[in-house]
Each structure stands twice: as structure tokens, then as C-alpha cells.
Design a protein around this ligand. Structure first.
Ligand code: GUN
Length: 292
């Protein structure tokens, strides 16, 4: 069994990005600039956006954090999005999800300039991804593709079961692995809350990708021996022994499943750090495109 080390891989990637930023500086080019819009005080969103901004500093990017109370109106938020679209110093930006209930998420995502949509959530970019055209790939599935590639995990002809059909992870993951190329060329089953006999499907899978959000859902008896296990779960579970008062728990019962697997991502230190590294990669790409 090999643990797919997302922390190390993301650090390797960040180093490669930092070296590229150094070369850009030497050449007198503008360095990439990522902006993030954060609405409200959701603890997890605050943590993620904080990590994104810190990672920008690590690789030499500029970053701007725009923070608004959850009382901001949809119209005011749209004004902020339009301002970022026309701000020439910003190469790419994200609107951290989820947004408060009174704001139509789709309306906001549709207003983002696709050329600055480094999350790859705009239908224009999502469509290009599905059509195997060059575009921004959503960071979490992109990070999974990167880790599969770097560890040379074979996907061609394999049966992948993706559990969870969110627009951010499960749906794009199912598309990416069914595309031509490497990683890709897999036979993909996308399972969700209405799937019958889920365990029967996961037991047949060569690769299981868990993006469900239910702690320790996947048990050893649900996977076949030698399967590749990717855990996207990041649920906060109260834990009085931890300094933060909670711990991050994945969708996979690691202790049970790991001995049966060929490759497995841990939580934390698996998919999570890769997500941020791939957002940086998309921002670098956005910056280079704008300069050409
Ligand atoms: N919320 C959870 N994951 C993400 C992400 O990758 N991007 C944004 N914008 N919001 C998120």
C-alpha cells in the first residue's frame, strides 16, 4: 500500500510555481495576482480562504482578500464581481462558496469573466472541460488528476466509481476521468444519494473517489483488494483533545481500508493541499494568458 502524499506533492508543485514566478520577475513581467471574495463568517470558508492567501505569499503571487458581511445584497456582490472583471491588475479570482441563501450562486458564477475564472466554475469553462478543450479545471478534481499522474496510477480501462455529484468535485471528476488522455480513459460510474446498492458498485471499482461529506462512510468490506482510494471528505468533527476543538475527518475509514488498498490518500494531507496548489497553477495560467 502506498500513501498518496498530497502535502509533499503540493509542496513540490508550489516550489515549481515559485521558480516560475522568479523567472517572471527576472524577465520584468507582472507577477500573478489572485483575488478572493469571502462572504460571511463560516469557519471552514475562513480557513480555506486564509490558506489560499497564505499560499499566494509562499509562491510570490500578489493576493487580495475582499471580505463582506453576510448581509451583503446580491446586487452589491455583483458590483464587486464586475469590479474584479475590469480590474487589470487581477489575473484571476474566486468567489468562495457556499454563499448566503439570499444570494443566487449561479447568478454570481455567471457574472465572473471566464478568463479570470480560476475555479473553472463558469459554464463556459465547465463546457470546455467537458469538450476536452484547454481551460481552467476546478481545483479539487484537477489536484486529484495531478496526484494520479505524479504517482503514475493507471486509469486507462479502469472502472472508477465517484461517490458524490457536486458541481465542485464529483461531477467534474467523473468527466475528467472519462476524457481521453492520461489520467483518463477510464470507465466512470457517478454514484449519488439516489444510487441503489452503492456497496455493490464500490466493491467492483478499481478506483473509488469519495466526495460525499460523511465521515468514515467507506469501510473495508465496501472495496475490493488492491483498489485505489481517493478521499475528498473534509468534515469537521468536534474533538476536545485537539487545540482547535475539532478534527478533520475524511469519508474513508482509513485504518480499515488502507491495508486493503494499493494506493490511498490520507485526510488530512491528501487531496486538500493539492486543491490549493492547483488554484495557484490556474492563476499562473491566467496571468500568462493575459500577457500573451
Ligand atoms: N468551496 C469549497 N470548495 C471550493 C472551491 O474550490 N472554490 C470555491 N470558490 N469555493 C469552494
Amino acid at each position: 500500500m502506498i500513501v498518496l502524499d498530497g502535502k509533499k506533492t503540493s509542496n513540490d508543485l508550489k516550489l515549481e510555481i515559485a521558480q516560475e514566478v522568479d523567472r517572471m520577475k527576472v524577465a520584468g513581467s507582472k507577477v500573478p495576482h489572485l483575488a478572493a471574495i469571502l462572504v460571511g463568517e463560516d469557519g471552514a470558508s475562513l480557513t480555506y480562504v486564509g490558506s489560499k492567501v497564505r499560499s499566494c505569499e509562499q509562491v510570490g503571487f500578489e493576493s487580495t482578500l475582499l471580505k463582506f458581511p453576510d448581509t451583503i445584497s446580491e446586487e452589491e456582490l455583483l458590483d464587486q464581481v464586475h469590479a474584479l472583471n475590469t480590474n487589470d491588475s487581477i489575473d484571476g479570482y474566486i468567489v468562495q462558496l457556499p454563499l448566503p441563501k439570499h444570494i443566487d450562486e449561479n447568478k454570481i458564477l455567471m457574472a465572473i469573466d471566464p478568463e479570470k475564472d480560476v475555479d473553472g466554475f463558469h459554464p463556459y469553462n465547465f463546457g470546455k472541460m467537458a469538450l476536452e478543450m484547454d481551460t481552467f479545471i476546478p481545483a479539487t478534481p484537477f489536484g486529484i488528476m495531478e496526484i494520479l499522474e505524479r504517482y503514475q496510477v493507471k486509469t486507462k480501462g479502469k472502472h472508477v466509481v465517484v461517490v458524490g455529484r457536486s458541481h465542485i468535485v464529483g461531477r467534474p471528476m467523473s468527466i475528467l476521468l472519462s476524457r481521453k488522455g492520461n489520467p483518463g480513459n477510464a470507465t466512470v460510474t457517478l454514484a449519488h444519494s439516489h444510487t441503489a446498492n452503492l456497496a455493490e458498485l464500490t466493491q467492483q471499482a478499481d478506483i473509488v473517489i469519495m466526495a460525499l461529506g460523511i465521515p468514515h462512510f467507506l469501510k473495508a468490506d465496501m472495496v475490493k483488494a488492491g483498489a485505489v482510494i481517493i478521499d475528498v471528505g473534509i468534515t469537521r468533527v468536534p474533538n476536545a483533545d485537539s487545540p482547535k476543538g475539532y478534527q478533520i475527518v475524511g469519508d474513508v475509514d482509513f485504518n480499515e481500508v488502507a491495508p486493503k488498498s494499493s494506493y490511498i490518500t490520507p485526510v488530512p494531507g491528501g487531496v486538500g493541499p493539492m486543491t490549493i496548489a492547483m488554484l495557484l497553477k490556474n492563476t499562473l495560467l491566467a496571468c500568462k494568458r493575459r500577457q500573451n
